[in-house]
Design a protein around this ligand. Structure first.
Ligand code: PRP
Ligand code: URA
Length: 209
């Protein structure tokens, strides 16, 4: 069974409050999404292996650790996942970035794919799927399925808000996937929106509501 890590650091909780607030405009919203994602990267990468190398400080030779043999690919789910890319790239600048385009049909709430472009060496990389919202779980489930079909190695799912329904869907369909979230909210409403949530993440990032 996958693990769900809810990252309750005070800085993350503080910044989440302001992205939930309905008066927060797109500029501040984008900045906060980037900052929260950057803070989450600390926990998402906590299992990265280290190797000891020899270096020379101005004082003497010594051994010190560097991250070893872990290549990363970020896969934001369009559109809203794009808002999370820069925050992780600031910490892992060598990561490659693939894109999966999915939108949720407003009537069926099922994901519809419209774009998929992934790095060719996916199987050698640790994949971080990025989407601010895990609501019914349909979009993240479809993204994980596409990536598995392309022969990916390890996959982690990184979201800002999750509903219990979305977490249950990933547990059921992809039980080995670890999920990292900034907060687990109460439920979904009748339109499949996360409650209390933050509204439509894509619209709030791109100012399109
Ligand atoms: C949102 C969000 C997720 C999806 C979550 O995208 O960014 O991708 O909904 O819902 P689910 O868990 O029920 O699938 P949306 O379909 O609104 O597209 P957008 O990012 O282009 O606005
Ligand atoms: N997609 C969003 O952007 N927000 C939600 O609450 C649910 C799905």
């Amino acid at each position: 069974m996958s693990n769900v890590y809810e990252l309750k650091h005070p800085l993350i909780q503080h910044k989440l409050t302001y992205i939930r607030e309905k008066t927060t405009g797109p500029k501040e919203f984008r900045e906060l999404v980037e900052e929260i994602t950057m803070l989450m990267t600390y926990e998402v990468t906590k299992d990265f292996p280290l190797n000891e190398i020899e270096i020379e400080t101005p004082v003497q030779k010594t051994h010190s650790k560097v991250i070893f043999g872990r290549k990363v690919a970020l896969v934001p789910i369009l559109r809203a996942g794009l808002g999370m890319v820069e925050g992780i790239l600031k910490m892992i600048p060598a990561a490659k970035v693939g894109h999966i385009g999915l939108y949720r049909d407003p009537d069926t709430l099922l994901p519809v794919e419209y774009y998929c472009k992934l790095p060719s060496d996916l199987s050698e990389r640790e994949i971080l799927i990025l989407d601010p919202m895990l609501a019914t779980g349909g979009s993240a489930e479809a993204a994980i399925r596409f990536i598995k079909e392309k022969g990916a190695g390890t996959i982690k799912l990184v979201c800002l808000l999750a509903a219990p329904e979305g977490i249950a869907m990933i547990h059921e369909k992809h039980p080995e996937i670890d999920i990292f979230v900034a907060a687990i909210d109460e439920k979904l409403n009748d339109h499949g929106y996360i409650v209390p949530g933050l509204g439509d993440a894509g619209d709030r990032i791109f100012g399109t509501q």
